[in-house]
Design a binder for this molecule. Structure first.
Ligand SMILES: C[S@@+](CC[C@H](N)C(=O)[O-])C[C@H]1O[C@@H](n2cnc3c(N)ncnc32)[C@H](O)[C@@H]1O
Length: 297
């Protein structure tokens, strides 16, 4: 394989990408050419908010070709086009052969939640000290245990007395289903796991089967009635909008566990939930916090 590398300003990326597709590139990837420099500009916004810009000011475009001749030809043809003005050729290089499966797998090691509770990909053996294990491979849905927000929720689940987690649990925004599976491993027996993303619902179903636990995955309408514990690892903005709905699902005396919140957002979350549940910061990791609260009995 051969990589053709180009630099393109924001307004040329699309046309250059389309041209590379038309020139038989096997793949085209676009990255921020200023990443990890002073000139880097964040492009993401919270859900429901527009991104600050449509694209990076300078992009690194990398196209993969199966022969050197095709990469050379594509470079020559692109450089002859009017739309290439402002773009530049950064080089053509052979891509060394890699065992991509092994490389990807090597990036996902077992994740420790507590000394005896681990998330373990299927290509690893569980560590000797693991008493409880969730088997989970990276897939289409968020939640492999590598993110601090997921880890804090799981740590909360694993360290509560059984009567706190309870038997009826709702995982709202279930992604891979990892929190729902964790709840099942720690004694919950009636678990609804819901998400707005159909792929997450399917992923939860498959991961529940792989872990031999029973869950009811579905779209948000599946959440019905009151639960002993409601878990929601989303982001601050949707969590604020969802406050009345999530609190209504917590039974009197039950617990609410929220993640996806940055430390500086603690006060806004407390305020949004104050009419129903008094939230406190229960855990913190890498600038993220876990907020929990109990509905009055
Ligand atoms: C950060 S992931 C959390 C996944 C998993 N629960 C975990 O802890 O790792 C957030 C999930 O919430 C879902 N989500 C976002 N907004 C939602 C909403 N309003 N209602 C239900 N699910 C939502 C997303 O599709 C995504 O799968």
């Amino acid at each position: 394989m051969f990589e053709l590398r180009l630099l393109a300003p924001e307004d040329r990326v699309e046309v250059v990408g389309d041209a590379l597709d038309a020139l038989d590139a096997l793949s085209v990837s676009v990255e921020d050419a200023d990443a990890h420099t002073e000139a880097e500009q964040a492009l993401f916004g919270e859900p429901g908010m527009p991104p600050p810009r449509e694209g990076w000011q300078r992009s690194r475009v990398v196209a993969l070709f199966d022969t050197r001749a095709k990469a050379d030809e594509a470079a020559a043809l692109l450089q002859a086009q009017d739309f290439f003005e402002g773009c530049s050729l950064a080089g053509i290089a052979e891509v060394p052969e890699q065992d991509w499966v092994r490389l990807t797998q090597s990036q996902f090691a077992p994740v420790e939640i507590t000394e005896s509770f681990w998330i373990v990909p299927t290509w690893h053996e569980p560590p000797a000290q693991a008493v409880q294990v969730i088997r989970l491979d990276p897939g289409l849905a968020f939640g492999t245990g590598t993110h601090p927000t997921t880890r804090m929720c799981l740590r909360w689940i694993a360290t509560q007395p059984a009567d706190v987690l309870g038997s009826r649990v709702l995982d709202y925004g279930c992604g891979s289903g990892i929190l729902a599976i964790g709840a099942a491993k720690f004694g919950a027996t009636e678990i609804d796991a819901v998400d707005i993303d159909e792929a997450a619902v399917e992923s939860t179903r498959l991961n529940a089967d792989a872990n031999a636990v029973e869950l009811s995955p579905g779209l948000p309408e599946r959440a019905q009635g009151e639960y002993d514990t409601v878990l929601a690892n989303i982001l601050a903005t949707p969590l604020k909008v969802l406050a009345p709905l999530l609190c209504a699902h917590v039974r009197p005396g039950g617990h609410l566990v929220l993640a996806g919140i940055l430390s500086r957002q603690a006060d806004e979350l407390k305020e949004a939930y104050a009419p129903w549940i008094a939230l406190e910061v229960a855990d913190t990791e890498d600038g993220w916090i876990l907020m929990t609260g109990r509905r009055a009995a």
